[in-house]
Design a protein around this ligand. Structure first.
Ligand code: ADP
Ligand code: MG
Length: 365
């Protein structure tokens, strides 16, 4: 199993243009590829933390660039039978849904519609190259995990049991009992199903008093290739995780605490699994939460890509730091004293200063 952890810094929104930015991307080695994120120490602004990733995507990265660099290269492996799992991890408001789902305009489409589009294109090519002998079928399942319960997003909310769907072990794999699987023949089909299910998500949220930022949404795309009696099945999973912010800091009613506990636990288990896979451990603690169990993270031969979404704003400082800590494989690579160096980068339209430190401003790239 291979794992890649990359960070994506979102641009400032129109209403944020006058705000301080504290997160910046840097190239660690060859001067070309960005792979370092720098952020000041909130307790001592003269000091700065650096985190290394397999890749860092700056504010100006387009949806297409991210997909082309991080997801498209794995389509081939998917069709060779490997499972591909893509997570978006980060604080609410940092761009997880934008990265995974994206906007309706072609250029704004996120990882998920691009993934489907890539799958159909490749599937057609495989059928054609085999002279029509290999048939490729695609099915979708889509569910959310809220408070450690599984809800089918293809089921209308009024048909759903609040207890959620049970899990069962079958042939060494965890399956969600009763989860629906819809045939999905082309991109049009996909868009219709996906929009319908996402509407179910928000409606279900109201019923359960959940906001989408407090549940994990998991899309599973099954690719079935048949050639005579031979069948090869592989799955691409795309996951928009619950917000990783420390809810205990801001919310304190009982319901929120229950949510927080289960969000924090599943995200913690996820990061432990990623750590363990990254280290090449034999034992991956995927059994410790429902989400990681269903994904059999570490159990299968597959490729995992974790995208850490970051907002560059100072108002996210503590949460950003904690999500950096989690996803950079809990490894702080260095703490650096700064003297007369860039301590943070400004958007070009803004000037600011930090008392006692001299600042140079330079564009991010
Ligand atoms: P999350 O799902 O992590 O809570 P969203 O995806 O909803 O965050 O993003 C928060 C806001 O930022 C949205 O208005 C979204 O359109 C915008 N946004 C996020 N990432 C980008 C980006 N790369 N480019 C432009 N706008 C973005
Ligand atoms: Mg979201």
């Amino acid at each position: 199993m291979s794992v890649r952890v990359v960070a994506r810094i979102r641009p400032l929104l129109d209403k944020e243009l006058d705000k301080d930015t504290i997160v910046r991307a840097e190239s660690g080695g060859d001067g070309k590829t960005m792979n370092i994120v720098r952020i000041p120490n909130p307790k001592n602004e003269a000091e700065e933390f650096s985190f290394s990733f397999n890749g860092v995507y700056d504010m100006d990265t387009t949806q297409e660039e991210l997909f082309t660099n991080e997801v498209a290269p794995h389509l081939k492996s998917l069709f060779q039978g490997l499972d591909v799992t893509i997570f978006a991890y980060g604080v609410t408001g940092t761009g997880k849904t934008h990265t995974m789902r994206g906007g309706l305009k072609l250029a704004e489409r996120g990882v998920i519609p691009r993934l489907l589009s890539g799958i159909y294109r490749r599937g057609k090519k495989i059928t054609k190259d085999s002279g029509g002998e290999t048939e490729v079928t695609v099915t979708l399942s889509y569910y959310e995990i809220y408070n450690d319960k599984v809800y089918d997003l293809f089921e209308p909310p009024d048909k759903r049991s609040l207890a959620g769907l049970p899990l069962r072990e079958k042939d060494g794999k965890t399956v969600v009992v009763g989860l629906s699987e819809r045939a999905c023949d082309d991109l049009k089909d996909f868009e219709r199903l996906y929009i319908e299910a996402n509407n179910n998500r928000s409606t279900a949220g109201t019923k359960l008093n959940a906001q989408s930022s407090r549940s994990h949404a998991i899309l599973m795309v099954k690719v079935i290739q048949t050639n005579g009696d031979e069948t090869l099945i592989s799955t691409a999973s795309a996951i928009d995780l619950a917000g990783s912010e420390d809810n205990r800091r801001t919310e304190n009613n009982k319901e929120r605490l229950v949510e927080s506990a289960s969000i924090n636990k599943s995200l913690f288990v996820l990061s432990s699994c990623i750590d363990a896979i990254g280290r090449g451990d034999k034992r991956i603690p995927y059994r410790e939460s429902k989400m990681t169990r269903i994904l059999s993270l570490g159990q299968n031969n597959g490729i995992t890509i974790m995208i850490l979404n970051l907002a560059p704003l100072r108002s996210y400082h503590l949460d950003t730091l904690s999500s950096l800590n989690v996803s950079s494989r809990a490894k702080r690579i260095e703490v650096r004293e700064i003297e007369n160096e860039v301590v943070f980068t400004q958007p070009p339209r803004k000037t600011a200063s930090i008392t006692g430190t001299s600042i140079q401003r330079q564009p991010l790239r």
